[in-house]
Design a protein around this ligand. Structure first.
Ligand SMILES: [Cu+2]
Length: 155
């Protein structure tokens, strides 16, 4: 009997793990472009994260079709992250993060940066519009850790 209960618990855990991996591996930023290749990057943009819960710069602009190397430098003593997406992507992702704060990021549209370190996210912006970036660690977005990326139509 206890074996049966244990088996049921294992099945439940596996089901939950599979669902959360599936949910989080989805490309959160599919509506704004796709992961880029570093050697194809036409420009590098440095974005600093601070413990004042800000991104510097708080906004940047690119042109559709550009592959950009986003060089994220964490000047703080806390871990921060850079998550790129549409406002809807970010909101959905934030909700997930509140439910599972320790969840590791596995998608190409976000990067987590340890204190004093830097990390790159290479992205090919292909859709014109106004999009967002944020740090979704609990409390960070709410404290102001979000920014705006404007993607101009290519001429
Ligand atoms: Cu943060």
């Amino acid at each position: 009997m206890s074996t049966r209960i244990t088996m049921r618990a294992i099945v439940l855990i596996l089901t939950f793990a599979t669902v959360s991996v599936w949910a989080h591996d989805g490309d959160h930023a599919a509506g704004i472009g796709q992961p880029g290749v570093a050697k194809a990057a036409q420009r590098t943009l440095t974005i600093v994260t601070t413990d004042a819960m800000r991104f510097d710069p708080p906004a940047f602009a690119v042109t559709a079709g550009q592959t950009v190397r986003l060089h994220i430098v964490n000047m703080g003593k806390l871990v921060h992250e850079f998550v790129l997406g549409t406002d809807a992507d970010i909101a959905a992702h934030a909700k997930m993060m509140r439910a599972m704060p320790d969840m590791a990021h596995a998608d190409a549209s976000s990067v987590r940066v340890e204190p004093g370190k830097s990390a790159d996210l290479v992205w090919k912006f292909s859709v014109p519009g106004r999009f967002a970036y944020a740090c979704l660690l609990p409390g960070h977005t709410e404290a102001g850790m979000h920014g705006v990326v404007t993607v101009a139509r290519a001429r």
